[in-house]
Design a binder for this molecule. Structure first.
Ligand code: 13P
Ligand code: SF4
Length: 303
């Protein structure tokens, strides 16, 4: 258990109020430690649909807290720092998607879960980095597809499936600047290290790596792997669980500056204040929630 002064009080308040705390794999280590459930976007969505807690405190970025509210509408969902957003999610708006829909009737619109609730309300189906290939594969071959907002994830899915899609020009500022050269340099420094990258990285990086996996899939892969040394090409918050769950393995971050500043905004003090003062409740229009839920449920229905 963490020795941070706020942690004990959080645990006590959590028990008293019956609150359930979610944390994404990129959040601060001490926040992950007090969470009831830590996971990738898909795992968090599935769990949010299952949890029947009266109060949910969501430690992650705003689109994730919105997804928890959409899937757990009877719960009071709190996002301790509402300004913790996702730069990629902000690269597409509901108005632009609605305009596209008007001019391209019949095109299936697939939205990465890294989108606002308002954008999800305009699309046909969601996906995460863990299930993107499966979701695209489920769409009839004769249909045209728009994939948004991550052009890198979209391109990587196209390459894996050999299927053409139109790609929105969005990207994750953290993963977009990783280059194949960085991987070659890391391999020279740590020969034999297995290179894991996130599929939000550009296609050349995915080609150069050993595996491109969601954060949850990386953690599952490590538990099953007999290898000893790994080079990790994603946000550095993931290293906390990697090291904790695999104390005998060695991890090298691909770059020390692979940091998503928004994922670091929620501190234990924020979580404590959120629990004490019910801050800040995620409130979404009913109609937006209803339409966005359909797109998420369409994703969860694909087995
Ligand atoms: P995961 O779903 O793989 O956790 O990714 C979420 C994300 O925001 C990656 O940048
Ligand atoms: Fe968004 Fe990138 Fe941060 Fe993930 S790492 S939350 S995609 S900005």
């Amino acid at each position: 258990m963490t020795e941070h002064p706020a942690a004990e009080e959080i645990i006590r308040l959590k028990k008293e109020s019956g609150a359930f705390i979610f944390a994404h794999n990129y959040t601060l280590p001490e926040v992950q430690e007090i969470a009831d459930f830590t996971g990738d976007s898909l795992e968090l969505s599935i769990k949010a649909a299952e949890v029947k807690a009266a109060k949910i405190v969501f430690c992650g970025v705003s689109f994730m807290a919105e997804t928890a509210k959409i899937l757990s509408p009877a719960s009071k969902v709190l996002h301790p720092v509402p300004s913790a957003g996702c730069a990629m999610a902000d690269m597409v708006t509901a108005e632009k998607v609605a305009q596209y829909r008007k001019s391209h009737p019949g095109t299936v619109i697939v939205a990465y879960v890294n989108t606002t609730a308002a954008v999800k309300a305009e699309v046909d189906i969601c996906c995460t980095s863990a299930n993107a290939e499966k979701i695209v594969r489920s769409i009839p071959a004769e249909k045209s597809i728009l994939f948004l907002p991550d052009c890198n994830l979209g391109r990587n899915v196209m390459n894996a499936l050999g299927r053409k899609m139109e790609l929105w020009p969005g990207y994750c500022p953290v993963h977009h600047h990783v280059t194949p050269e960085m991987i070659r340099e890391a391999r020279a420094l740590h020969p034999g290290g297995i290179v894991l990258v996130h599929p939000e990285c550009p296609e050349g990086v995915v080609r150069e790596a050993d595996h491109a996996l969601s954060t949850g899939a990386m953690l599952r892969y490590l538990l099953a792997s007999k290898e000893k040394e790994f080079i990790v090409g994603t946000e550095k918050g993931i290293l906390h669980r990697m090291k904790k769950e695999n104390p005998e393995k060695i991890f090298h971050p691909l770059l020390p500056e692979l940091v998503c500043p928004d994922m670091k905004k929620i501190t234990l003090e924020d979580v404590l204040r959120s629990l004490k003062e019910d801050l800040y409740e995620v409130v979404l229009p009913e109609e937006t929630m209803f339409r966005a839920r359909k797109a998420i449920e369409n994703m969860l229905a694909i087995k």
